[in-house]
Design a protein around this ligand. Structure first.
Ligand code: SAM
Length: 224
């Protein structure tokens, strides 16, 4: 599915989220800072890296950090590789599955996944893998869309996520992905339930940051 929309993915994201997705990604990247506090060189893993926007943002924000971006979609990685080459960024891209990572234990100072965990069939396995490959004291971060449930703007935000996005996305891309997006956001666990999955994966010091009236959530934790 992502192979089919790869060439239009970045543009569609900006249009559909009205630019909000970039601000949410910036907050995700900023949340990694504690992982690098006492280090001169660090390594970060960006799972479901797609077109590598977050991987590139990490490399830009933190000097001396090398980033590995992993994704199963060849076409998404191809778009990402073009951007990495154009910027000569310290980012390497690997084809793979978040459920079975080809890295040893404690290999990274931080592991993150942005708008990707929703697509992974066995989310618990992916969270366990993130905890496994992150060193003790490092940061594990998950950014994911949510469904606004409370507040005056919640009905408007729900209308946008559930009705505007699938139609606009389908119309602009001609693909099913944006209908799937609305359905998969609705099926994703509520934040409190997802925090329990992070805990079950062996993460501690858990934190939930709500963004855009609950349209997105940033989950943070540390390996035990
Ligand atoms: C909505 S995109 C997010 C891309 C990027 N992280 C971003 O913030 O724009 C979701 C990505 O999840 C990837 N994906 C799907 N299944 C996956 C899996 N099992 N392991 C890792 N990535 C996966 C897709 O190929 C796609 O690139």
């Amino acid at each position: 599915m992502f192979d089919r929309i790869a060439d239009r993915y970045d543009l569609l994201n900006r249009l559909i989220s009205m630019g909000l997705d970039q601000g949410w990604r910036r907050r995700l990247v900023a949340a990694l800072a504690p992982a690098f506090a006492d280090r001169t060189s660090s390594k970060v893993l960006d799972l479901a890296t797609g077109t590598a926007d977050v991987a590139l943002a990490v490399a830009r924000r933190f000097a001396g950090v090398r980033v590995v971006g992993l994704d199963p979609s060849e076409a998404m990685l191809r778009v990402g590789a073009g951007k990495v080459a154009a910027l000569a960024a310290p980012v390497s891209l690997v084809r793979g599955d978040a459920q079975r990572l080809p890295f040893p234990d404690d290999a990274f100072d931080g592991a993150l996944i942005s708008f990707g965990i929703r697509n992974v069939p066995d989310r618990d396995a992916a969270l366990r893998e993130m905890a496994r490959v992150t060193r003790p004291g490092g940061v594990v971060a998950v950014l994911e869309l949510g469904l606004p449930r409370k507040g005056v703007l919640a009905p408007l935000a729900r209308l946008h996520t559930q009705h505007v996005v699938p139609r606009l996305g389908g119309w602009l891309s001609g693909e099913e992905e944006y209908r799937y997006l609305a359905a998969s956001v609705a099926a994703f666990p509520a934040p409190e339930a997802f925090l329990e999955r992070l805990e079950a994966a062996g993460l501690v010091d858990l934190e939930l940051r709500r963004m855009g009236f609950d349209a997105a959530h940033l989950y943070l934790g540390r390996p035990r």
